[in-house]
Design a protein around this ligand. Structure first.
Ligand SMILES: Nc1nc2c(c(=O)[nH]1)N[C@@H](CN(C=O)c1ccc(C(=O)N[C@@H](CCC(=O)O)C(=O)O)cc1)CN2
Length: 305
């Protein structure tokens, strides 16, 4: 979409509107990425390497158990091995570290993820620091955040990478455009801002990060050609926060069990030029990027990366 399309909104009854926004689904993006991953898995297996993605679940959260099942099913479809450890909710930090260290030292395991959230008495960040950064398929280890900040190769955080891929897939130009990221969290807002500012054809944007601690944050979001909501406060982004014709990406969500409560109110479609759907938007791209990181880790371990 050109920037002239972005400024083509009309004013009706006080609301700036460009009609109903084009939808930007994540499903086809995920399918494309997973197709590429499948081809890489086939090549690895032909070379005698079975890529392996290990998963760790702590406790009895139904939603987390569901996401692990989705990842294991996807792993099986793609031809990954997927060893799994399920720790009791009463597990100690040391128990969790032992499991991670076991996978670190297992040369047959190429990627490891610890499903989030973990029980409240455990520290996810400390556990992450125990993980071998080269097996960190979520791209969240401090070493990988450092690599991202420096523009060095490494696994990218899955949701930010999924958003960049989604924009590219749908032909939304990013380079040179005004991107505003609402939210500065470590899993989405901060890494996404670093990613979209990088000098690459699918990035290279003028990126502003603003957060809801800034009293007049809508002043920033209203000027965005591409607005990414990354807050985790359901419905916080409303039509009056969106520039007419802008591309709106709903990255932030809050989960209530398996129910997803997105940051972006659906009424924003009245103002936006293009928008990710409430369901089937950014979410599916996150899982695809996980497998992209996992196959890349396997290729590196096999000396092919
Ligand atoms: N170690 C990790 N833990 C968690 C992650 C993660 O990426 N790594 N993300 C979430 C859970 N999650 C994957 O683990 C996940 C959640 C939701 C979706 C998704 O595609 N949702 C759909 C459908 C939603 C609905 O039906 O309401 C969507 O967005 O369309 C994918 C992955 C927390 N933990």
């Amino acid at each position: 979409m050109s920037s002239s399309a972005v400024s083509s909104g009309v004013v009706s009854s006080g609301v700036v509107s460009s009609g109903t926004a084009r939808l930007l689904p994540g499903g086809p993006v995920a399918q494309q990425v997973l197709g590429e991953v499948a081809a890489e898995v086939a090549a690895l297996r032909a070379a005698g390497v079975t890529p392996s993605l290990a998963t760790v679940l702590v406790g009895d959260d139904d939603a987390s158990a569901g996401y692990i099942r989705i990842k294991q099913r996807q792993a099986a479809e793609l031809g990954f091995a997927s060893p799994h450890v399920h720790l009791a909710a009463s597990a100690s930090q040391a128990d969790l570290h032992r499991v991670i260290e076991g996978f670190n030292s297992d040369a047959g395991v190429h990627g490891v993820l610890v499903q989030h959230p973990i029980p409240g008495h455990l520290d996810y960040d400390r556990a992450l620091q125990v993980l071998d950064p080269d097996k960190d398929v979520d791209g969240m280890h401090p070493v990988n955040m450092g690599r991202l900040a420096l523009g060095l190769p490494g696994p990218l955080p899955c949701t930010p990478a999924g958003i960049e891929a989604l924009l590219a897939f749908h032909g939304v130009p990013v380079a040179g455009r005004e991107v505003v990221v609402l939210g500065r969290g470590a899993t989405l807002g901060r890494p996404l801002a670093m990613l979209l500012a990088q000098k690459r054809p699918t990035a290279n944007a003028a990126v502003t990060v603003v957060h809801t601690g800034v009293a007049d944050w809508p002043r920033y979001t209203r000027r965005a050609e591409i607005l990414v909501a990354a807050v985790g406060v359901p419905g916080i982004v409303r039509p009056e926060h969106v520039r007419a014709g802008a591309v709106v990406v709903g990255g932030g969500v809050r989960y209530e069990g398996r129910r997803l409560l997105p940051d972006v109110d659906e009424s924003c479609a009245r103002v936006a030029g293009a928008i990710t759907p409430r369901v089937g938007g950014v979410g599916p791209t996150t899982v695809a990027m996980l497998f992209r990181n996992a196959v890349a880790a396997a290729r590196r371990a096999a000396g092919l990366g």
